[in-house]
Design a binder for this molecule. Sequence first.
Ligand code: HEM
Length: 134
Amino acid sequence: MTDANVSMFERIGGAETIDRLVESFYHRMDTLPEAQGIRDMHDADLGPVKRVFKRYLTEWLGGPDLYSSERGHPRLRQRHMGFPIGNAARDAWMLCLDGALAETVADEAARQAIRDSVAKLADWMRNRQDAEEG
Ligand code: HEM
């Protein structure tokens, strides 16, 4: 049974799960050959973006407002404009996320719900067509 009063953040295990999820996500980005293109968009040191992404996901899943209290309105699409994100980058990013979710979120319905909403955000983050699509 799900309780509408329990946030997704709490349902999946709170800060500890977010921590494991984000570590797993960036580990995949750092090691999967399919993710090399998006890995190269990031700094050599993934420490700072891990910290920010943990704070973002915490807030976005209904936990404490750790992101906006520090960085203001997310304006995520705008923050990603400087990076060339087309279908290939979106797919590579989602590949890392799917693996990380499978590894760290045991509740299948919760995992699917998170996956579906993040996929919409990832679609929206695209700001150009892949070169091969012309
Ligand atoms: C679709 C493919 C995506 C790519 C290739 C991508 C890539 C990036 C890159 C290169 C950065 C900058 C990292 C740095 O500062 O070193 C970044 C930051 C960030 N991304 Fe993404 N991203 C994608 C989708 C998403 C999605 C769907 C979300 C949210 C669910 C997200 C959340 C964030 C956040 C919160 C930051 C930090 C923003 C800040 O500085 O406040 N990204 N992303």
